[in-house]
Design a protein around this ligand. Structure first.
Ligand code: AGP
Length: 615
């Protein structure tokens, strides 16, 4: 969950690395630093706080000009966000610099051994031990890549490391275990980064690094080996995200841009998945149909917003395939000793593809012999690489920490997987599948229409900016939507927000209702199960009778709710199971606007990181 950039080439390393760090600042922003090789030496600068603090430092005390450099934006794990703990970390001679993402679990033992050998360490971090270990190994090998391989074999835990040594001015070396690192290959230059956003302005030719690999960057190319020095097979791929996709595109926040991109993201996620006959062809799902036909249980593992997508997917999977489907918080999953075997299909949903809780859950599932299908938004990331199959969402880079377009595309991908299971198992006929695909194809326009009517929602959000609490109610697929709406408000407005199944009100939560308390109610379509609709209308009456301010999300034409809605937000008529794709959007806009009204930093909320790569 830190941003890492490395560069070797003929451009100014300072400029290239800083520009890359700006693109990665969402990955961690409590300190930043850079090191440049120049004039036979190594120069470094680092500052606590956001990247702008480092830029001010560099303006005041410029580094020498060089064409090899590394940089880092940090999200603290070991040691607080201070100048001393900021990366890069150097050895005592100041000849080697290293930046790191992850956790080195045996750093205390290594630190003690280094101290016994006379090394002085000045930070509280686990990373600093690596700088000293590299210096020791380099003094023997005089080869940074070999030194890195030797050091990595001594480290335990999860790490991405990128290092440079003053004695090798045209080399940058990287290594990865359980943490993201991608290589960009340009003309006479090469890049290393936590994700492709850092270098797509320069090159779209990328290489994904595998587990326990070391990469050596030189101007004329890259060399990849295992930690044992054996040559490694690598897969090159073309990055199809435009540079502008990582910019804000005229919006104040990435989140606003990404909310607005949802119609396209939903449409893009459907692209290329339906063949000429109208049947589903999910070519990345490399689990043979024969094995999918044997599946007798689906288990979805995910965190946060992705978990809410899984909760909605459960309704579709069970309804369309009649396969039992469990949805588990990834952080709880393996500790409850789940019952899994070769007939269990585990679906790991993750936008970043690097969430450690989800990664460890899928590893546990595979150890039990289950097949794992990843639903992921980040090509080449660890979770899809460690899964048996993947269905990539096509949301494009999601920079804002609060997940929006990734969530909608996760839902689309989940519907596609559910339909695909129905197709290969014969529980859905071709015409039934095509009918749902046609409905899905309408969602992009439906979301566009919702976005065009959000003025009153923004106005309502601003009027509630002073409130301490907002509750969210829903039934059926509207219940996970209520949970997602509450999460958005928590993580953006830093206020108490809680989602409930509306049927649970009478079992306790109704005691929370008081005068003028805002309660958002996600109303199921009356065209689905009318009993659900009738019951939630009763729920709205119950809370209103106790003074709640009711904010009702209901589909066009549903007049029953009008007398009980203090604020009515209309959404287009959509099939019941697909309704979360439109019902969620007003809740995203509501949370973003309320947070903005409170003056919060919307794209990088306090205490949060976009990719949580530690357990
Ligand atoms: C949601 O807005 C948050 N960003 C967070 O809950 C996120 O969904 C969760 O950390 C899972 O991340 P992933 O999808 O990258 O695995």
């Amino acid at each position: 969950m830190c941003g890492i950039v490395g560069y070797v080439g003929s451009q100014s390393a300072l400029e290239v690395v800083l520009a890359g760090l700006r693109r990665l600042e969402y990955r961690g922003y409590d300190s930043a630093g850079i090191a440049v090789l120049a004039d036979g030496g190594l120069a470094a600068a680092r500052k606590a706080g956001k990247l702008v603090n480092l830029e001010k430092e560099l303006a005041a005390r410029p580094l020498p000009t060089g064409t090899t450099g590394i940089g880092h934006t940090r999200w603290a794990t070991h040691g607080g966000p201070t100048d001393a703990n900021a990366h890069p970390h150097l050895d005592n001679a100041g000849r080697v610099a290293v930046v790191h993402n992850g956790i080195i679990e045996n750093f205390a033992v290594l630190r003690a051994e280094l101290a016994e050998r006379g090394h002085e360490l000045f930070s509280e971090t686990d990373t600093e031990v690596v700088a000293h270990l590299l210096a020791e190994e380099f003094s023997v090998t005089a080869d940074l890549a070999e030194a890195m391989r030797l050091v990595c074999r001594r480290l335990e835990g999860a790490f991405t490391l990128v290092a440079a040594h003053a004695d090798e001015p045209d080399v940058v070396v990287g290594a990865r275990r359980n943490s993201p690192l991608v290589v960009g290959v340009g003309e006479g230059e090469a890049f290393l980064a936590s994700d492709v956003a850092a270098f797509i302005a320069h090159t779209r030719s990328a290489i994904e690094l595998g587990q326990d690999q070391v990469v050596e960057l030189r101007r004329d190319g890259v060399t990849v080996t295992g930690f044992d020095g054996s040559p490694a097979d690598v897969r090159s791929y073309h990055v199809d995200w435009d540079a502008s996709a990582a910019e804000k595109g005229g919006y104040d926040y990435f989140m606003l841009k990404e909310i607005a991109e949802q119609p396209k993201a939903v449409a893009d996620t459907l692209l290329g998945r339906i063949d000429a006959s109208g049947a589903l062809s999910l070519d990345e799902v490399r689990i043979p149909a024969s094995e999918l036909r044997e599946v007798d249980k689906v288990v979805i593992v995910a965190c946060g917003t992705a978990f809410h997508a899984g909760l909605i997917a459960k309704y579709a999977i069970e309804h369309w395939t009649r396969i039992p489907c469990e949805v588990e918080l990834a952080s709880e999953f393996r500790y409850r000793d789940p019952i899994l075997d070769s007939r269990s299909l585990v679906i790991a949903i993750s936008q970043s593809g690097e969430t450690m809780d989800t990664l460890m859950a899928l590893r546990h599932a595979r150890e039990q012999g289950s097949k794992v299908l990843a639903i992921c938004n980040t090509n080449g990331s660890t979770i899809p690489r460690e899964s048996d199959a993947v269905l990539y969402t096509h949301a494009g880079p999601e920079v804002a920490v609060a997940s929006t377009k990734a969530f909608l595309t996760q839902l689309v991908a989940c519907y596609l997987v559910a339909l695909y299971l129905g197709q290969v198992r014969g529980t859905k006929w071709g015409d039934e599948i095509r009918a749902v695909i046609r409905d899905l194809a309408q969602i992009s326009g439906a979301v566009e229409r919702v976005l065009e009517t959000m003025g009153p929602v923004r106005e309502l959000a601003r009027s509630l900016a002073h409130k301490d609490t907002v509750l969210f109610l829903g039934r059926h697929v509207g219940y996970p939507v209520a949970l997602e709406g509450a999460l958005k408000l928590k993580e953006l407005a830093y206020m108490h927000a809680e989602g409930f199944a509306a049927g649970e009100l009478k079992h306790g939560p109704i005691a929370l209702i008081e005068e003028d308390l805002p309660v958002v109610v996600v109303v199921p379509s009356p065209r689905g199960r009318s009993v659900l609709h009738d019951k939630i209308v009763s729920n709205i009456q119950e809370i209103r009778a106790r003074g709640a301010r009711t904010i009702v999300i209901a589909e066009e034409g549903d007049e029953t709710v009008v007398p009980y809605a203090d604020h009515l937000v209309r959404i287009p008529v959509t099939p019941v199971l697909l309704s979360p794709l439109v019902a969620t959007v007003p809740l995203q806009v509501f949370a973003c606007e309320l947070a903005t009204a409170r003056g919060n930093e919307v794209d990088q909320p306090r205490n949060l990181a976009k990719s949580v790569t530690v357990e």
